[in-house]
Each structure stands twice: as C-alpha cells, then as structure tokens.
Write a protein that binds this ligand. Structure first.
Ligand code: ACO
Length: 311
C-alpha cells in the first residue's frame, strides 16, 4: 500500500501538482522540508544580527530608516518560515531550542563580522543577491506553504539588494577613502557569498532526492554560476575588482569562470568554528531570555481572555 502511495505521490510531483499540509507525503519528504525550512528560518533570524549592529551607526537618517526596515523584514521572513515549518508538525519552540543549543544549522554567511559601514552595502548587494538567486526557484517548490511564503520574501529581498547596491554605488563614486572601504568590504564578502549556495554538486548529499521531489529546481553549482554571471557586470559598473585572480569569461558560453573556493573554510564555519558563530548564538540566547517577560505577558493575557470567554 505504501509503495502505491509513494508512486502516486511522485506522479503528483512530476505533474507539477502542489503538495499541501494535509496531503499524504512520505516521511522523508516531510523531514527534508523541516530541515531546509527551519535552517532557512534560522538564517533569517540570525541574519538580523550582523546588520542590526549598524542600525545605531548608520550615516544618515535615510540610511537608518532603510536598514531598520530591512532588518525587520528579515525577522518577518523568519516568522513566515517557522509558520511554514509548523504546517509540517514541527513545533516552533523545539526548532528555536535546537538553534539556541547550537544543534541547528543556519547559513554560513552570517558568521562573518560587519567591520565597516561598507559591509552593509556589500551584504545587501551580494548576500541578498545570492539569496534571491536561490529563492526565486523556491517559489516553484513542490510544497505549497513554503513556495507561497517565498513570493513575498523574494519581493522584499529585491528591495534589500537594491538598497545594498545603492550604498556600494555611493561609496564607489565617493572619495578615495570611501571607494577603498567599498573594495575592502567586497574583498571580504565575495568568497563567503559564493559559499552560501552550498557544497559543490559532487558533495551535495541532499541534491538528488530534493531535485526528484522538486524542492530544488537548480543545483548548488548552477545557482552559484548564475550568481557570478549576474554579479561580475555589476562589480564592473561599480568600478570595483572582484578578489579572484582566476576570474575569466568563457568565450563560448559567456559564463564567468571563477577560481577555487576554500571549502575547508566553509566546513569550519558550518562546524561552528567561523569568526562569529559563538557570538551569534550568545546574542540569540540573550535576546530570547530578555524577551521572556513578553512571552509570559502574552500567555497570561491569552489565559485571561480564555477564562472570560468561558464565563
Ligand atoms: N551554510 C550552512 N549550511 C549549509 C550551507 C550554507 N551555506 N550550504 C549547505 N549547507 C548544509 C546543508 O544544510 C546540509 O546540512 P544538513 O545535512 O546537516 O542539513 C549540508 O550542508 C549539505 O548540503 P546540501 O546537500 O547541498 O544541502 P541542501 O540540498 O539542503 O542545499 C541549500 C543547501 C542550497 C542552502 C538549500 O538548503 C536551500 O536552498 N535552502 C533554502 C535557502 C536558505 O536557507 N537560505 C539561507 C540563506 S539566505 C538568507 O537567509 C538571507
């Protein structure tokens, strides 16, 4: 019977049917989605920290307002994604506990420090640019609640990418010191941004199954290549140099061939040994503890409302 259910499920996937929360699904499909969606949610939540650090130091009111809105958007994305994971019977509290205990993964990129204001430009341009490249295809993911959440997320990411590019543009066209700051931020964020797409296809353990289930529409290396091809002309437009001496355009395909990525660094960062892993988790735990009174007040209010309704 299970074999028949499995076959029917794959037929639905193959015909581009959307799977919804109450539909039958293989346990491994549910687990894969909870893994990916929760890691994605954690990335949005932790992703607030490196940029949040610059809200008080933004160089103008206009920059502060845009950055504040952006960081709030990331928080909203995390909440939609936890809600999408809840449709798969994963409890939000359990997922958050896993994050705070250091047992859950989140994107490697958020374990690097934001050293100067130019980093806020580089993050918007590169990190949000990479996120869009990866997330546009997720709008067509086979699981309905995840796919629908991605539509709004992608619209907001595209605003984030533009605000980042505009910061880079202002710095790159500014004084020599400002341009040097922009170049320095690009030098530090370029390689970690390429790592966001995950390990090379040959080492990507989940890709084959996730592709058959149409959770993934493109491989890690395909998306990485699309990102490089889109970003090289933007760097040229800014008059900045990508920190890759091996970068060259393939005459036949037009693709930009990039140099070797330091996969050892990637492994270290996802194993918890990146420059800021400890600091990020400590900040997250502190925020959670400091928010305890809000959760308690909300629970007390809900209990009072419930007893009033019962009376
Ligand atoms: N940072 C941390 N962990 C990573 C990264 C990364 N950049 N890339 C891959 N990994 C992890 C995977 O989660 C997986 O770990 P697990 O088995 O413990 O769960 C392992 O490395 C092997 O990788 P893959 O087999 O390639 O994993 P997968 O098929 O899930 O592909 C990818 C990875 C592309 C990141 C996918 O999960 C995805 O598209 N996720 C949704 C997007 C997302 O999470 N974006 C977060 C950053 S964008 C932002 O928040 C602004």
């Amino acid at each position: 019977e299970d074999a028949e259910k499995m076959a029917n499920f794959q037929t639905r996937i193959d015909s581009e049917d959307r799977i919804e929360a109450n539909d039958w699904m293989p346990e491994a499909y549910r687990r894969t989605l909870v893994r990916q969606i929760s890691q994605h949610a954690h990335s949005e939540i932790i992703g607030q920290l490196p940029e949040g650090a610059w809200i008080t130091r933004a160089p103008s009111l206009r920059r502060k307002a845009a950055l504040l809105a952006k960081v709030q958007d990331e928080c909203g994305h995390g909440l939609y994604l936890y809600a999408a994971a809840e449709t798969l019977n994963a409890s939000r509290e359990a997922l958050m506990d896993q994050l705070m205990e250091g047992k859950a993964k989140y994107s490697s990129i958020f374990n690097y420090p934001t050293m100067t204001w130019a980093d806020i430009g580089a993050i918007g341009w590169l990190v949000d640019g990479a996120a869009i490249m990866n997330q546009i295809p997720l709008c067509r993911c086979s699981y309905g609640p995840y796919a629908r959440a991605m539509i709004r997320v992608c619209k907001e990411e595209s605003f984030h990418q533009r605000q980042g590019f505009e910061i880079m543009m202002t710095l790159a066209k500014g004084s020599a010191r400002q341009k040097a700051m922009a170049q320095d931020a690009l030098n530090r964020w370029w390689w970690p941004s390429l790592m966001m797409f995950g390990p090379p296809d040959t080492d990507s353990q989940h890709s084959d199954q996730s592709t058959r289930w149409k959770i993934k529409r493109f491989s890690n290396d395909e998306l990485r290549q699309k990102f490089v091809d889109a970003t090289v002309p933007q760097a040229q437009f800014l008059g900045l140099t990508l920190p890759d001496p091996d970068l060259r355009q393939d005459e036949v395909t037009g693709n930009w061939i990039y140099g070797e990525i330091d996969w050892e660094e990637f492994k270290q960062v996802i194993a918890g040994n990146g420059p800021c892993n400890q600091d990020r988790l400590a900040s997250r735990r502190k925020a959670h503890e400091e928010g305890a009174w809000v959760r308690e007040a909300a629970a007390a209010y809900a209990a009072r409302q419930a007893s009033r309704n019962a009376a």
